[in-house]
Design a binder for this molecule. Structure first.
Ligand SMILES: [Zn+2]
Length: 443
């Protein structure tokens, strides 16, 4: 979960002033103790709390602050210390909701999700909105398999934003959106449009998405792209990407993710497009793995922590497929100019991603084919420890190409699970049409 990024507002200063009035001689220390915590200087806060508590024992607010400081440090030992303080405070004042909320947050951090749920359920719905409560509760529910209930609480953070436009903590709200939207797909299809619309508003309300937030956005895009086998999700997803392109300035990682998202949408659309042959569909399917891998590598040079999860052998397999299908494309291209022009026009993101290849096919095909054969020979040697002659590779390629040409398009397998949309229901993409007349149309 995101780190707290609360801003110091008037409300907070007023609260500090009220605490100071209880012990005027420690005024400066009290203020500094609170401010240090916000600035992340937790050790300083703890030191000051002990000094203040030496002047006035059983100072509830300062004990609470001390518990917060230990909570922020976050090791198992610190969390236990935090919990110990909170439990003492709760004994004295069981009706104090702030204390109960804190207790729930500590249990959540200790990964004691059941206790976190029991504790936090006793304070919701909140009378006055507070960040973290719903998200923490939702996350605990999610982790214990209670996803319907989790979704309800993720939605409460989103509803607060829809109603007020207020963003207490952008990282936290992003988390609520990310989780809610992924659960919407299977549990509440009709909420996805509303959540996406709110998410778009959120993306432009937060001036200059910082680096962390951009990473969350990139992650959200990647997670949502896993559901685009459903046509109605694909439609909404594609709208989100267009919106981001137009309105949200992004840095390279997130920008790359958006481009990849666009081309994923296209790759699904290609399958359903009668003007695109089974060969071309298979071509993109086989070439894109390696192209994505190469682009990810480029991104990882900018973000040290972004590592590819693909193993070395797998990369060689991807590359072998990539080289093989490009050789096929060299053969296919000339006799299918019309289809290729159609492709260029209707699938611009894929064409952009594969631009270099097509330039070579168009301008310098023979030399390119030679290079491909040599590349295949090399990869084959790495994978199989077998040195093949160029001619035998060409023979294999010709046979493979003939085989690929007669294969039919593979059907999209839609992931199952969740709410079933009946054909007479309105389409969850929000078009207003019946599902069977819109995204649910067969063929
Ligand atoms: Zn639809």
């Amino acid at each position: 979960m995101a780190k707290p990024m609360m801003t110091i507002n008037q409300e907070y200063y007023d609260m500090i002033t009220r605490v100071e009035e209880q012990l005027p001689e420690a005024r400066g220390r009290i203020r500094l103790a609170y401010i240090s915590l916000l600035k992340g200087d937790t050790e300083k806060t703890l030191e000051l709390c002990d000094e203040i508590l030496a002047m006035k024992a059983e100072f509830k607010e300062i004990e609470f602050l001390k518990a917060e400081a230990y909570f922020n440090l976050g090791t198992e030992e610190d969390l236990d210390k935090s919990l110990e303080i909170i439990e003492k405070l709760k004994e004295k004042d069981p009706a104090d909701k702030d204390i109960v909320v804190m207790e729930g947050k500590i249990y959540h951090s200790k990964q004691d999700y059941q206790k976190a749920i029991d504790t936090l359920l006793s304070v919701v719905p909140l009378e006055a909105y507070e960040p973290y409560v719903y998200l923490t509760l939702a996350n605990a529910l999610d982790r214990t398999g209670r996803s319907e209930e989790a979704l309800r609480f993720y939605h409460m953070d989103i509803e607060y934003f829809i109603e007020t436009g207020d963003i207490k903590d952008p990282g936290m709200l992003e988390g609520a959106f990310q989780n809610a939207m992924c659960l919407d797909v299977t549990l509440e299809p009709y909420s996805l449009r509303r959540d996406l619309d709110a998410y778009k508003k959120f993306l432009i309300s937060t001036e200059n998405l910082d680096e962390d937030l951009q990473k969350y956005v990139a992650q959200t895009i990647i997670l949502l792209s896993r559901f685009i086998d459903r046509k109605w999700v694909r439609k909404l997803f594609s709208e989100l990407l267009d919106y981001i392109d137009e309105r949200v300035p992004l840095m390279s990682l997130a920008e790359f993710t958006v481009k990849t998202g666009h081309s994923s949408v296209e790759s699904y659309n290609i399958r359903e497009d009668k003007n695109i042959s089974a060969f071309t569909d298979a071509y993109y399917g086989n070439v894109s793995g390696y192209v994505h891998y190469c682009m990810e590598l480029k991104v990882s040079e900018e973000y040290d922590d972004h590592k590819s999860e693909i193993g070395e052998d797998e990369v060689h397999v991807l590359k072998l497929n990539y080289l093989t299908y490009n050789w096929y494309m060299c053969k296919y291209y000339e006799d299918h100019k019309k289809e290729m022009d159609y492709l260029k026009e209707h699938y611009p993101y894929m064409r952009e991603m594969f631009k270099d290849i097509f330039v070579r096919i168009e301008t310098d095909k023979d030399a390119y084919m030679l290079e491909l054969v040599d590349g295949i020979r090399e990869e084959y040697f790495i994978l199989q420890k077998d040195k093949l002659s160029r001619n035998s590779i060409r023979e294999d390629l010709s046979g493979g190409f003939a085989q690929v040409l007669i294969e039919k398009k593979a059907k999209i397998q839609v992931q199952g699970g969740g709410v079933i949309i009946r054909s007479t229901d309105p389409c969850p993409c929000g078009s207003g049409l019946r599902y069977r007349d819109c995204c649910g149309r067969i063929g």
